[in-house]
Design a protein around this ligand. Structure first.
Ligand SMILES: Cc1cc2nc3c(=O)[nH]c(=O)nc-3n(C[C@H](O)[C@H](O)[C@H](O)COP(=O)(O)OP(=O)(O)OC[C@H]3O[C@@H](n4cnc5c(N)ncnc54)[C@H](O)[C@@H]3O)c2cc1C
Length: 391
């Protein structure tokens, strides 16, 4: 076998996590090669809902502490990346309506509103009479709703492509091929690079595993547990109404009592999402999922049945037993790192993850408190019979 190429840092996986980490590293003058088995953004990063959800981890202080910082970085990227690449990734500050259909829903929403207010996030309470004016798509009788003005959306496919293209401008490159292992030195604590499926090798000073739901395979490479598993999620796309066919969607919305949400997008059609299915690595779409998604949100808006369905996608979330991603150095390795397992929020948390990883790999310290996300905890979350001990 021969060394085909070499870099300071090899990143395995060209999803949003890998590409944004490449961006921050390359911008700092570090030579990066991103190794991708398929194509840039071919995983969930290419077909996610693209909703930035600052309130999604309200019960997990470790994640909540990173949430608003990541949102700030997204706002910076929404200015910087289009300037660097000419690619608009559709970032927009979207309003969002959380609706209650019942008295129980009202009390849940009121309590949630009080918790957010205690954090400094004041949201407006909308009376039933005003809801349909704010969002004419809502046709059901609603008991009340909370309006949030700061839950941006973007096109995660364009974001990921743009991050990779900007990285290439700063000297990074992409190699297409499947990584099948780490090239080791005698000490077993340093990787010399990665072994490719075709028998070639790529040499690197450090290796980052950012393979999304496929990262679990890396357990065999690093010799310690890495319980990241796939969860399929399907989305349905609704075309904007043609002239005379009714109002445009003015905000995203969901009901606190039900699954399913409608997300307003700027560059693509609006999305209805999403399913949570444990079907291994199967990425096919199903008519059952399409019908289930539309029925769920029809509890708020019958307009979803008259809107034209313009597409349906399925992709895989990377899931960990405790719901937190693994971000940090791999146990017992000097120069192998992991950034994977962001479940339903990988787009939202990508900038803070990528910044921390670029700092850690480039400077030796993350400069952001990520110790709660350390891959070291994976050992206590995985049992020898293959069952996650937390589930
Ligand atoms: C339906 C759905 C909706 C979602 N909506 C949102 C949302 O609204 N907001 C949000 O924040 N998040 C959302 N997510 C979650 C988000 O999409 C993911 O958390 C995120 O995309 C994961 O990014 P990643 O880079 O870790 O992995 P991926 O995007 O999966 O990228 C991993 C890459 O690694 C490559 N790879 C794998 N194995 C190898 C190998 N051996 N060698 C080389 N390359 C390899 C793959 O080909 C792939 O390109 C959603 C997810 C789903 C399924």
């Amino acid at each position: 076998m021969t060394d085909e190429s070499t870099a300071d840092v090899l990143i395995v996986g060209a999803g949003v996590i890998g590409c944004l980490t490449a961006y921050y590293l390359a911008k700092a003058g570090i030579k990066v090669i991103v190794v991708e088995a398929d194509a840039v953004a071919s995983g969930a990063s290419g077909t996610s809902g693209g909703w930035l959800t600052p309130y999604s981890h309200t019960n997990d202080p470790a994640m909540l502490a990173l949430s608003s910082k990541s949102l700030s970085l997204h706002r910076e990227l929404s200015m910087a990346l289009p300037e660097e690449t000419g690619i608009d990734h559709g970032f927009q500050e979207s309003p969002y309506l959380r609706c209650a259909l019942t008295e129980y829903g009202i009390s849940e929403l009121r309590s949630w509103q009080a918790d957010r207010a205690a954090e400094g996030n004041v949201m407006e309470w909308i009376s039933p009479a005003d809801i349909k004016q704010i969002n004419p798509w809502i046709t059901a009788e609603i008991s009340g709703a909370l309006l949030s003005n700061s839950e941006p959306t973007l096109d995660s496919y364009r974001l990921t492509l743009s991050a990779m293209e900007a990285s290439e401008k700063y000297g990074a490159s992409v190699v297409t091929g499947r990584v099948v292992g780490l090239t080791r030195d005698g000490s077993n604590s340093r990787a010399l690079g990665v072994d490719m499926e075709d028998g070639s090798r790529i040499a690197g000073g450090a290796v980052l595993l950012a393979m999304g739901p496929w990262t679990g395979i890396g357990a065999a490479w690093i010799g310690s547990p890495l319980p990241v598993t796939p969860q399929r999620g399907q989305l349905v796309y609704l075309a904007a109404p043609a002239a005379g066919e009714g109002p445009e969607l003015s905000s995203g919305f969901s009901a606190i009592e039900r699954s399913g949400s409608v997300i307003k997008k700027r560059l693509t059609d609006n999305t209805v999402g999403s399913t949570r299915e444990h079907v291994g690595f199967d990425r096919s779409t199903t008519t059952e999922a399409r019908d289930q998604l539309l029925i769920q949100v029809a509890a708020l808006s019958e307009r979803v049945f008259s809107a034209r369905i313009s597409g349906q996608t399925a992709c895989l979330r990377p899931i960990t037993p405790d719901g937190r991603p693994y971000v940090g150095r791999a146990p017992d390795w000097d120069n192998v790192y992991v950034a994977a397992g962001h479940a339903s929020e990988g787009i939202h948390y990508a900038p803070i993850t990528a910044t921390a990883m670029a700092n850690l790999i480039g400077d030796g310290t993350a400069k952001i408190e990520i110790s709660a996300l350390s891959p070291e905890r994976a050992g206590s979350q995985w049992s020898a019979d293959g069952n996650n001990t937390d589930q």
